[in-house]
Ligand binder design. Structure first.
Ligand code: FES
Length: 151
């Protein structure tokens, strides 16, 4: 097995533990890569296509490497009412990627999440856990430009 995934040894190689194994990969790597799929297939003794099928079925698994800056755009009820659909469209337009994608330079990724717990600040997004609220086009552009400048 690819030694990068040797931690899979912590999970008993029983097919019934496949999800557990995939969760472990995602926790360690931030996503499940093609190499991760192969390592899981080998460890649990099942075809890679079957592992891929499981990954597709469960929305909790990410197949794309997260960016250095992980944007979580809230689409909970309060944010939705305050225009989160527009915020998501602006973020995508600014970065040139859609929900669940990572920019080619690996800097940014976007995910849509349910309530971030700061509804009074709606509409809200967080970047690596830091919350930005009461967003509008101007503040959003400013925030993204600051992160772009940091690189
Ligand atoms: S709905 Fe967005 S923070 Fe609660």
């Amino acid at each position: 097995m690819n030694s990068a995934f040797s931690y899979l040894g912590e999970v008993e190689p029983d097919k019934g533990n496949l999800i557990k194994g995939l969760q472990l990969i995602q926790t360690r790597e931030g996503y499940v890569s093609n190499d991760g799929i192969l390592a899981a297939a080998e460890h649990f003794g099942i075809p890679a296509a079957e592992v891929e099928g499981v990954l597709t079925f469960y929305a909790q698994f990410k197949r794309t490497k997260p960016g250095k800056y992980k944007l979580s755009v809230c689409d909970g009820t309060a944010c939705h009412i305050k225009g989160s659909t527009q915020i998501r469209a602006w973020v995508s337009a600014e970065l040139g990627i859609g929900d669940g994608e990572t920019t080619e330079d690996g800097l940014f990724s976007i995910e849509t999440v349910a309530c971030l717990g700061c509804c009074s600040l709606a509409p809200v997004l967080s970047i690596n856990g830091r919350v930005y609220g009461k967003l509008d086009r101007k503040s959003l552009t400013k925030i993204l430009n600051e992160y772009k400048a940091k690189g």
